[in-house]
Ligand binder design. Structure first.
Ligand code: SAM
Length: 296
């Protein structure tokens, strides 16, 4: 049974006595056209494993399963498992996993689902529960090396932040963090009218194509510390925002870090591109390499 039309969704929910939980971000898609467009953005092939996070009633899951080699559908709500077993009946390439996505090691999950012990890559697809959007995207990018593409529906405002250009109000630490790991783009916008129940905001589907080679830099931890410092105090100049983070360096030393990085110290952090942040982090790494360690 394809749980896409409003009638089928209502009938399934009623027959299973299912109570929709706002606390789990449960807004179910009821538009076949949107589902097709999400699947097109994922581009699942017969050799692909796709992990779907939060399959809900299975609307997207079914469409993914018709094109992918296998779909692992990870759902936290135990009350949805019997519904999914019904809507996935007859699709033997779908495996339903009851688990909290924030605590799931997806590389391990996929590895244990295939007999191929060699190098493996997989894709993630999700209409994300909004309450965990940012931590979940960072969990996927930071802790999983075998994901090559993530296609997720998020609040439109988050989609804009993820894909923002420097020197715009949406550009921030989230933009830099996600783009450090992946090329990002908004694929299309989704009005709030295509869900039951209807959410309070519009959404957008973003595609994160994980970088084959990381952005070159000497020390990722230094880079992220600088990015955090720059955006924690957006209104300050870089020299003031970043210069305060390491008292071992005098003002003159910081000025020469900026000079080496070829970045004007009077600029604000929100104007720096990812590559400029990397250059600044490298210059700071060089300047601090021989200094006594900071006691923490
Ligand atoms: N994919 C379905 C659709 O498009 O109609 C449902 C999407 S709904 C926005 C989000 C889904 O994620 C719900 O089924 C919810 O129960 C599930 N969910 C919420 N938190 C989760 C978590 N931490 N781990 C896994 N699934 C979660």
């Amino acid at each position: 049974m394809d749980p896409v039309s409003p009638g089928v969704v209502r009938e399934l929910i009623a027959r299973h006595g299912f109570r929709i939980k706002k606390s789990l971000g449960q807004n179910f898609l009821i538009d076949g056209n949107i589902i097709r467009k999400i699947v097109d953005a994922v581009e699942p092939g017969p050799a692909d494993t796709v992990v779907e996070i939060g399959p809900g009633l299975g609307a997207l899951t079914r469409s993914l399963a018709t094109k992918a080699g296998q779909v692992l559908a990870v759902e936290i709500d135990r009350n949805l498992i019997p519904v999914l077993e019904e809507t996935m009946a007859g699709l033997d390439n779908v495996h339903i996993v009851e688990s909290d996505a924030l605590k799931t090691d997806f590389d391990n999950l996929v590895k244990s689902s295939t007999s191929d012990a060699g190098v493996f890559k997989y894709k993630i697809a999700a209409n994300l529960p909004y309450y965990i959007t940012t931590p979940l995207i960072m969990h996927l990018l930071e802790k999983h090396s075998s994901i090559n593409r993530i296609v997720v529906m998020v609040q439109e405002e988050v989609a804009r932040r993820i894909t923002a250009r420097p020197d715009t109000p949406e550009y921030g630490a989230l933009t830099v963090a996600v783009n450090f790991y992946a090329h990002t783009e908004i694929v299309f916008r989704v009005p709030r009218t295509v869900f039951i129940p209807r959410p309070e905001v519009d959404s957008a589907v973003v595609r994160l194509q994980v970088r084959d080679t990381p952005v070159p830099m000497k020390d990722k931890n230094i880079f992220f510390a600088l990015v955090r410092a720059a955006f924690q105090q957006r209104r300050k100049t870089l020299l003031n925002a970043v210069g305060g983070t390491d008292k071992r360096l005098t003002k003159e030393m910081w000025l020469s870090v900026f000079q080496q990085a070829d970045i004007e110290p009077g600029r604000r952090g929100e104007t720096l591109s990812l590559v400029e942040f990397a250059r600044l982090a490298d210059a700071y790494a060089d300047a601090s390499a021989d200094l006594p360690k900071i006691n923490s």
